[in-house]
Design a protein around this ligand. Structure first.
Ligand SMILES: NC(=O)C1=CN([C@@H]2O[C@H](COP(=O)(O)OP(=O)(O)OC[C@H]3O[C@@H](n4cnc5c(N)ncnc54)[C@H](OP(=O)(O)O)[C@@H]3O)[C@@H](O)[C@H]2O)[C@H](O)CC1
Ligand SMILES: [K+]
Length: 461
């Protein structure tokens, strides 16, 4: 019913010489036939035109429509309520815009008219970084058949607006034939990962997670990650905390057992066998005291199973980069953009960040979760996963602690590290969407995220 607001509007459709332009001509014909006032502006029509373009041009000529070749006029003036349809370039764009096409796109961007881009905002490269390029800033993008990588990069957000995927019934064999490094993590993808619980299960079947977190004044991070871990399905959860943090932890998360550090205010050592634990999550609120730093080094030396490493544990690693080679294979790093920059460098555009994460995941045999809108998960086998849940309301203190707890809890249950990372990120975002729906993005907190995990159909809706 969204189209209702476009009834009785007039349209200016800008068409390039290829199939994207061909789509624009087809849209012009359909809008004209449904009684709308349509102006069509052709760009570079003299250059090599695709057959789709020619076919649709011929069909449009049979329908009364205003077709103006832009080579004859300067930039057209349009009524303020005219809807602009951008069918200049689509997935065939293979270089940045220049000359008149750049001028036209800059002109359209200066107007206040509503803009609908067809398949891709013209000027946006489908699979490469478009940072610093000129591209159409659309209010809505109608893209064919599937998401393009460009729509998943934060740096492109100002160009694509709301993305609507239109199914044009492309044959599945064609889609399967398209080689891609990336997968989209949606509910369908998740359903292929989830392990259902058997009726006669007992807590021993769901593992025992160990959360190593907290320091004096930063016990909240330890509580958030422990509570999130409890609610991610782990059978047993133990929290290793500084001595002064025990009461706080026992009162806040009574279901968790505690291991008490010999130091009162920081994490400094583990004097017990780690064998009973089926996963370890370390980092939230631990600080970077010398004794904590050497503790982390010792743990990396002694412990060979995958660990979830977050927050200050990541910052300690970025200050001791040669320790990265000590990471147990399958470990899951969960850096936010700043922690990522400290670990792997900061002067990168979004695509370079993604490619670096894939390279480092491969070289170090680890999983790197690059947190952001469409959190990206890089896995050691070179595949990358874009998450589809979550929202800006989650960009708050504590949200990362919750994610660490969730992933550690899922890992404890026997999921492979790749699966635990993907499922944990999806679950975290889905809980965030529920929290936003209940409390709004501004007021929701990390505690609300944990509460929202208690949604029966969290992973199935
Ligand atoms: N997704 C699908 O399966 C379908 C998509 N469709 C539509 O087809 C376009 C892609 O069409 P294509 O003809 O491949 O290319 P474009 O229309 O995007 O571009 C046209 C030509 O423009 C030239 N080009 C490329 N970059 C520039 C530039 N910076 N400046 C000027 N010209 C440029 C290029 O030709 P060259 O010879 O110059 O390289 C392009 O060929 C897709 O987006 C959809 O809209 C189908 O309709 C259905 C199936
Ligand atoms: K376009």
């Amino acid at each position: 019913m969204a189209y209702k607001k476009y009834l009785n509007k007039n349209f200016a459709i800008f068409c390039g010489p290829g199939n994207n332009g061909g789509d624009g001509l087809a849209i012009a014909r359909l809008l004209s036939l449904s009684g709308h006032a349509v102006q069509v502006f052709l760009l570079n029509s003299a250059s090599k035109r695709s057959s789709d373009f020619d076919i649709n041009y011929k069909c449009l000529k049979e329908v009364a429509s205003v077709i103006i070749d832009l080579k004859e006029i300067s930039l057209p003036s349009l009524a303020a309520d005219t809807i602009i349809i951008d069918a200049i370039f689509g997935t065939g764009l293979n270089r940045s815009l220049d000359g008149f096409s750049k001028q036209l796109v800059e002109y359209i961007n200066r107007l206040n008219n509503k803009v609908v881009a067809i398949d891709m905002p013209s000027g946006l490269l489908t699979d490469l970084s478009s940072k610093g390029l000129t591209a159409i800033k659309a209010n809505n993008t109608l893209t064919f058949q599937c998401f393009k990588a460009a729509f998943l990069l934060p740096e492109n957000e100002e160009y694509f607006g709301n993305v609507h995927i239109l199914d044009i019934n492309l044959h599945p064999s064609y889609l399967n034939s398209v080689e891609t490094t990336f997968e989209l993590v949606d509910q369908q993808f998740i359903s292929s990962i989830i392990k259902l619980r058997k009726a006669f299960s007992h807590k021993g079947n769901f593992g025992h997670a160990l959360i190593i977190a907290g320091s004096y004044g930063k016990m909240g991070a330890a509580v958030l990650s422990t509570k999130a871990c409890l609610q991610s399905g782990a059978g047993l959860v133990t929290a290793h905390v500084p001595a002064k943090g025990v009461e706080i932890m026992q009162i806040s998360a009574p279901e968790a057992m505690c291991r008490i550090d010999t130091q009162s205010e920081i994490i400094s050592n583990i004097d017990y066998d780690l064998k009973p634990y089926t996963s370890i999550g370390i980092g939230p609120g631990i600080g970077k005291e010398k004794m904590t730093t050497s503790f982390l080094y010792q743990l990396l030396k002694d412990y060979q199973k995958p660990m979830v490493i977050d927050a200050d544990a990541l910052n300690i690693l970025s200050e001791n980069p040669d320790w990265l080679s000590l990471l147990p294979p399958g470990s899951i790093l969960t850096p936010h953009p700043k922690e990522y920059a400290r670990l792997f460098g900061n002067d990168m555009n979004d695509l370079e960040k993604i490619n670096t994460a894939l390279q480092k995941a491969h070289d170090l045999k680890i999983i790197i979760i690059l947190k952001g809108h469409h959190t990206f998960i890089a896995t050691p086998d070179g595949k990358g996963y874009f998450n589809t849940t979550g929202n800006a309301g989650m960009a708050k203190g504590g949200s990362g602690d919750v994610l660490t707890g969730i992933i550690t809890g899922i890992l404890a249950q026997g999921y492979k590290p790749n699966e635990a990372a993907i499922l944990g990120v999806y679950m975290h975002g889905a809980a965030g969407d529920n929290a936003a729906a209940k409390y709004g993005m501004i007021s929701m907190t990390a505690t609300d995220l944990i509460e929202a995990l208690k949604t029966p159909d969290l992973l199935t809706k």
